[in-house]
Design a protein around this ligand. Structure first.
Ligand SMILES: Nc1nc2c(c(=O)[nH]1)N[C@H]1C(S)=C(S)[C@@H](COP(=O)(O)OP(=O)(O)OC[C@H]3O[C@@H](n4cnc5c(=O)[nH]c(N)nc54)[C@H](O)[C@@H]3O)O[C@H]1N2
Ligand SMILES: Nc1nc2c(c(=O)[nH]1)N[C@H]1C(S)=C(S)[C@@H](COP(=O)(O)OP(=O)(O)OC[C@H]3O[C@@H](n4cnc5c(=O)[nH]c(N)nc54)[C@H](O)[C@@H]3O)O[C@H]1N2
Ligand code: SF4
Ligand SMILES: [Mo]
Length: 698
């Protein structure tokens, strides 16, 4: 590993592009995209190219640290790995003894590889509580489409499609490595493109149909699509007859969502809605690309995922080439969120049922996704439904990433014991009792199957970890050993081989191959005689949900804060705020300290129509205050003549480089965190109200 070129995959974001990493004298000296990677095909983005600035950054945490939060000085000290793991071990064992294993929660931010190894540890330790932001990320799609057709909508087959519908999704910034090649292949072959977004994104520019939607009204638009498709007799009769249940109820339900009514709700002209729906229905095979955050951060996220699945179903586009594929990773039950690791599937039912959030969101017992942070906070704040005493956070800057940052800050300050694993200090590690330094992706071996369709990829270590930084899998192995959890993995290779067992490959063999793929299959329902749903059909009307108090049909509900549902707020907060559209140079709150990336987008920019800005007396480039009923943050004005005059957009993840930046620059200071989707606990951070204030001269 001293020198040479290593073919591996980049973990700086979800796309996991194939990369070739040059190494000299045990150090990374260069990186390039790998043209032979089946998805990214040579693409590499600025984050991937920044690998050397990230790995060799002077601020990288390089030793375990301890902080005595209870002492006045709260001084931070270096300690040995043995001391750090001893303290964590003692604390976790003590919590288990005194308050039960469920009083220990492990959390991770967006998936950065550790979910299976953390879940496996929790299963053996006895806690059902793995926390992740799934409720505001892909979770509602998985739950909503799973409840409707038995698989998830997240695998659109763009390259073979004749019509691509990007719904709240801007893959040019968010999934460039994974999807750009396929989308461009589709476009080159003449595929139609429909974009549903309040902002005129790069793909909206190219789209034949751009539906500029009022934030938070997506379910109404989706029901409008269904209405048009049924009214115009454009649905796939054969599929509907054979493979769906409840078509008549759906038809009656959608009947009132006429294009005119949808136009009033969504602010999209009726003719545009009709034209886009007709285009989708007439150009099969057609696929829907649902935004992972765009669709999932709404008060009706479950219903939106259901409605999108229904659009795909009634047009005959489920599980067909060019439609929305039904993919199973080759690692099967050992995949990233596979059931072999899931505490819900491995713990005795009475313990599994204690998973935080299940009392309020019972459907999540059947389609298990991690605990929502907002279901964990009350357990720390008020001991409800039982106390949580220890929290371990892996790759998660909760304070900045999660809505209502002040509350998150309070919660993390209040928990008895917090340990955090991160490359860099953040407002979250600032609250930790113990901080552990992980190996960077270029310094560890791993496998990846999440969102990789029918593929599993190999990530090969390029260089040894910085002295005293450690592969997180090794951290778990060392912790398990200290805690006497004997059945945990003994080596990293054993853990990786375990993941790969269903493929019949060892890690070493996969490393030689780079990746392994099973053949893509279509129309599983025809082979298996049905869909994996209670009725065996696509549940257009899901009768089985009624007993859980959930509407059998997708229902549109106004966002909780909107010109319609809270007109009393409009005088003070006249603008609609949507947050968190991705920028290719950053991953959430990460990368703000990487000079070559920071200089490309140094400040948070508020997209606002120039007329709106002018009426407020604020000019382009001016720092203003963005105010919601929950607080205020500083942000810089960016004129966007293409955004609606009453809508503004603010990016998330800014905090770095300014004292108390997490309170001054971070949009989540003013977002709301009450879960409003009654099924998935999704939080509505894409449709709120706000106002813009000129900054007072000081
Ligand atoms: N560079 C980069 N890439 C990332 C990430 C990152 O932080 N940086 N994060 C990753 C993660 S964890 C996730 S979950 C995904 C998110 O992936 P996506 O959800 O696809 O995120 P975006 O690509 O920003 O697309 C969301 C789009 O929704 C639009 N939008 C906002 N409000 C609404 C609304 O009410 N209705 C509709 N229809 N559209 C709306 C926004 O304008 C935006 O263009 O991105 C992943 N990729
Ligand atoms: N307002 C608003 N807020 C949002 C969103 C939005 O659209 N709008 N999107 C939400 C979504 S979809 C998500 S998924 C969450 C994401 O939430 P998080 O994943 O928590 O995002 P980050 O803020 O990037 O925090 C990740 C931390 O992990 C560290 N890190 C990176 N890689 C590794 C690694 O391999 N190991 C370890 N140990 N550390 C690592 C980084 O240095 C960083 O400090 O944010 C959510 N927050
Ligand atoms: S898009 Fe960029 S950061 Fe994401 S995997 Fe590809 S090169 Fe890495
Ligand atoms: Mo996410």
């Amino acid at each position: 590993m001293g020198a040479g070129t290593i073919k591996t995959i980049c973990f700086e974001c979800h796309s996991r592009c194939g990369v070739l990493v040059n190494v000299m004298d045990g150090k990374i000296t260069g990186i390039a995209g790998d043209k032979n990677h089946p998805f990214s095909r040579g693409f590499i983005c600025p984050k991937g190219r920044a690998v050397m600035e990230i790995v060799y950054h002077p601020d990288r945490i390089r030793q375990p640290l301890s902080r005595n939060k209870r002492s006045k000085s709260a001084r931070i000290e270096s300690i040995s790995w043995d001391q750090a793991l001893e303290r964590i071990s003692e604390k976790l064992l003590d919590c288990r003894e005194r308050w039960g294993p469920e009083s220990v929660v492990f959390g991770s931010g967006t998936t950065r590889g550790m979910a299976p190894y953390l879940n496996h540890f929790l299963s053996l330790f006895g806690s059902p509580n793995f926390m992740a932001p799934s409720n505001m990320s892909g979770g509602p799609i998985v739950v909503g489409s799973g409840a409707t057709c038995g698989f998830t909508l997240v695998d659109p087959d763009y390259a073979q499609s004749r019509c691509m519908l990007l719904w709240a999704h801007n893959p040019a910034e968010s999934w460039a490595g994974l999807y750009l090649h396929d989308i461009n292949t589709g476009l080159k072959k003449g595929s139609k493109l429909i974009v549903v977004d309040p902002r005129r994104t790069r793909f909206a520019e190219k789209a034949g149909h751009f539906l500029q939607i009022r934030p938070g009204t997506d379910v109404a638009l989706a029901l409008g699509f269904i209405h048009v498709i049924i009214e115009k007799n454009l649905y796939n009769k054969d599929f509907v007859e054979r493979w769906t249940s409840g078509f008549d109820q759906l038809k009656a339900h959608a009947a009132v969502f006429t294009p005119e009514r949808c136009a009033e709700i969504t602010w999209i002209p009726a003719e545009k809605i009709i034209a886009a729906a007709v285009c989708f229905a007439e150009n099969a095979p057609a696929c829907i690309g649902p935004g992972m955050g765009g669709v999932c951060q709404a008060n009706d996220a479950f219903d939106l995922a259901r409605a999108l699945t229904i659009i795909s179903a009634i047009t005959g586009n489920l599980d067909v080439a060019g439609g929305n594929l039904n993919c199973n990773p080759p690692t099967k039950r050992r995949s990233c969120y596979g059931t072999d690791y899931s505490p819900a599937k491995n713990l005795p039912p009475v313990v599994a049922k204690k998973k935080l959030g299940l009392d309020t969101y019972p459907l999540l017992e059947f389609i298990p996704i991690p605990c929502a942070p907002q279901s964990v906070w009350p357990a720390i704040e008020e001991g409800k439904p039982y106390p949580v005493r220890a929290l371990g956070l892996f790759a998660n800057n909760s304070v900045c990433a999660y809505p209502n940052s002040r509350r998150v800050h309070k919660v993390l300050s209040a928990v008895d014991f917090l340990f955090a694993v991160d490359y860099f200090h953040t407002p979250t590690t600032d609250l930790a009792d113990i901080i552990l330094p992980p190996a960077h992706w270029s310094e560890r071996d791993d496998v990846e199957d999440l969102l990789m369709k029918n593929h599993v990829f190999c990530q090969i270590k390029c260089v040894e970890p910085m002295p005293d930084c450690r592969d997180e899998k090794q951290i778990m192995i060392d912790l398990a050993r200290k805690m006497g959890i004997d059945s945990y993995f003994k080596t990293v290779v054993e853990a990786l081989n375990h993941r790969l067992e269903p493929t019949g490959l060892t890690f070493q063999k996969l490393a030689d191959m780079g990746f392994y793929a099973t053949p893509l299959t279509y129309k599983t329902h025809e082979k298996k005689g049905g869909f994996k749903t209670p009725s065996g059909k696509v549940e257009l009307y899901a009768d089985y949900l009624r007993s859980m108090g959930i509407s059998p049909l997708p229902v549109f509900r106004e966002p909780s804060e909107s010109p319609v549902s809270s007109p009393e707020l409009l005088t003070d907060y006249p603008l609609i705020l949507t947050t968190g559209g991705r920028n290719i140079v950053f991953y959430h709150s990460s990368h703000r300290n990487i000079p070559c990336l920071k200089k490309q987008a140094p400040d948070p920019l508020l997209q606002i129509h120039p007329d709106t800005a002018e009426a407020l007396g604020v000019g382009a480039g001016e720092w203003v205050e963005l105010v919601s009923p929950r607080g205020r943050v500083n942000i810089k004005v960016l004129h966007d003549p293409n955004i609606h005059r009453q809508v503004v957009h603010a990016p998330h993840g800014y905090w770095y480089g300014e004292k108390d930046g997490w309170e001054k620059l971070n949009i989540n200071i003013i977002t709301a965190d009450k879960p409003l989707c009654p099924v998935t606990a999704s939080v509505p951070i894409k449709a709120l109200l706000c106002r813009v204030e000129k900054k007072q001269e000081v």
